[in-house]
Design a protein around this ligand. Structure first.
Ligand code: GAR
Length: 211
């Protein structure tokens, strides 16, 4: 296998998906991968405390320090290159990155989205809003998707998906929690490990998982 892949996890908030990755790493389940950096878009993000507790270097590239998403993306790419990062993971990262990021890391950025893409995705669909929309629509099944990031918001090739039942008495909060526990925290570490082992091959929209 090739050299151990250096992973950067980009976060904006609580960082439970980051925690799932840290826990997977501690169990030896991020095969051929190492979380080398956590980068937050907000100075106070709790995810940074999780990183510190795990002994992982944490950095802040704050959206508010840049005039627009493009300028922030340029700064982020610069940071990632200086840290010699191979794989970028967006784990609850709430800034829409521009083309420069995708060009710098083609098929090497993974995002976790809390719905079954192409449902309930795209601009404006993030965090709790996704679950509010799913409940409003009345779906009986939702779930999570891990996909490669492309120029189109939530539109890149799908790596893994997992379905989760919607219950009659669900609130956005209870649905969010169930989708995190049963889907996001399971498929995100799996997808990261597959990438680090060189087992993901994108062909157009289809991602093949190699044995
Ligand atoms: C997660 O549910 C993640 O899928 C979602 O935000 C939450 C972050 O939680 N991401 C998006 O909606 C991106 N479009 P976390 O900080 O506890 O991992």
């Amino acid at each position: 296998m090739s050299a151990v892949k250096r992973i950067a996890v980009l976060v904006s908030g609580g960082g439970t998906n980051l925690q799932a990755l840290i826990d997977a790493q501690n169990r030896g389940e991020l095969v051929n991968g190492e979380i080398a950096a956590v980068i937050a878009s907000k100075p106070g993000a709790y995810a940074l405390e999780r990183a510190a507790k795990a002994g992982i270097p944490g950095y802040v590239v704050a959206r508010k320090d840049y005039p627009n998403n493009q300028a922030m993306t340029t700064a982020l790419v610069d940071k990632l290159k200086r840290l010699d990062i191979d794989l970028v993971v967006l784990a609850g990262f709430m800034v829409i990155l521009t083309e420069a990021m995708v060009k710098a890391y083609p098929n090497a950025i993974l995002n976790v989205h809390p719905a079954l893409i192409p449902s309930f995705c795209g601009e404006g669909y993030y965090g709790l809003h996704v679950h509010e929309k799913a409940l409003e629509y009345g779906v009986k099944v939702s779930g999570a998707t891990v996909h490669f990031v492309s120029e189109e918001c939530d539109g890149g090739p799908i790596v893994l998906q997992k379905a989760v039942e919607v219950r009659a008495d669900d609130t956005p909060e209870t649905l969010q929690r169930r989708i995190m526990e049963q889907a996001e925290w399971v498929i995100l570490p799996q997808a990261v490990s597959l990438f680090c082992q060189g087992r993901l091959r994108a062909e157009g929209r289809t991602v093949h998982i190699l044995p």
